[in-house]
Ligand binder design. Structure first.
Ligand SMILES: [Zn+2]
Length: 318
């Protein structure tokens, strides 16, 4: 991904990266004192951090103390609250992932969507290749990954990534804890639609912008074959059905359809408004279907869908 960055010296907690190999020669107590000191500086400079800053620091220091013994030799740790980034690429590379991907994504998502941080501290494990990913998922989490890219382990509050497959999945997964913290009843269709939108993203006018990606070809094929489902149905899909249900064929198509509905809204300048109105009205419109109609300014979603399908067929990737 190519991003433009503004470098604000006060908001660079990512520079607080710690090569654990070096740290092993020092006491954990000293390490935590240093970490807490820098975190305090961070908290005082970061926007939105108030009196909760001290307890947040204590929680992070406590988290790091418990995490430290688990970190294998040769890994680099970079703090990017509310995330801790841990990786076995070069220290420079891990640092860049923490700032160029994690920090950038968090800032951009918070700017448009998510005022609240996730309540939990989340570890982002970035394994440098498939061997390291598979091996450490087993060693550290007793998991056998079912995806080559990466996944979120709710039990461990950890994103476990094979970062050699690219940063897109990482950006996708960062959306979910923020959605949980800000819009807990958000149904899967929109949660995954928005997360998928930013799998391939860049910056435009200072805001995050989703780009077309690999999910397009399958969706265009489904449109040509008349196999898309109505938006009425998509928005009413239960989380279980969205994630596959009994017909796992639909799984990736649901993602693609939800993603390119979000993409359409984005291109019309309506996506942020849709999110905010959906979240605000979820009690009366839990599926988002009515909010979608209102934001689009349409009465007839079927007619809108024809227009959307023509729009999608006109998109290109790569
Ligand atoms: Zn997801």
């Amino acid at each position: 991904m190519s991003h433009e960055f503004t470098h604000d010296v006060f908001l660079r907690p990512g520079s607080l990266d710690l090569a654990l190999t070096r740290l092993r020669t020092r006491s954990v107590r000293l390490w935590l004192a240093v970490v807490s000191g820098v975190l305090l500086a961070f908290t005082h400079n970061a926007s939105g951090a108030g009196s909760d800053g001290l307890s947040a620091n204590a929680a992070l220091a406590d988290h790091l103390a418990r995490l430290q013994p688990k970190i294998p030799k040769g890994f680099t740790v970079a703090l990017q609250p509310p995330f801790v980034v841990i990786g076995d690429e070069s220290p420079e590379r891990v640092r860049l992932r923490a700032t160029n991907t994690v920090k950038w994504t968090v800032e951009k998502l918070k700017q448009d969507y998510f005022p609240r941080d996730p309540p939990e501290i989340i570890d982002i494990w970035l394994f440098r290749d498939e061997t390291s990913y598979t091996r450490h998922a087993s060693l550290l989490f007793n998991d056998t990954p079912t995806t080559p890219f990466g996944y979120y382990s709710a039990a461990h509050h950890a994103l476990i990534m094979n970062i050699s497959t690219g940063g897109g999945t990482l950006v996708h997964e960062i959306v979910h804890p923020f959605m949980r913290a800000n819009f807990p009843p958000c149904p899967a269709w929109f949660n995954e639609g928005l997360a998928s939108l930013y799998e391939h993203s860049s910056e435009k006018n200072g805001h995050i912008r989703g780009l077309t990606n690999w999910r397009l070809a399958g969706l265009q094929e489904a449109i040509r074959d008349g196999k898309t489902i109505s938006f009425q149905r998509l928005t009413a899909t239960s989380d279980g059905d969205f994630y596959g249900g009994t017909r796992s064929n639909n799984y990736s198509q649901h993602y693609a359809q939800a993603r390119y509905l979000c993409y359409y809204l984005q291109e019309q300048g309506l996506l942020v408004r849709f999110y905010r109105e959906f979240a605000a009205n979820a009690k009366v419109d839990p599926t988002g279907c009515h909010t979608l109609k209102r934001v689009l300014g349409v009465d007839d979603l079927t007619a809108f869908q024809r227009k959307w399908e023509t729009f999608v067929l006109g998109l290109r990737f790569p």
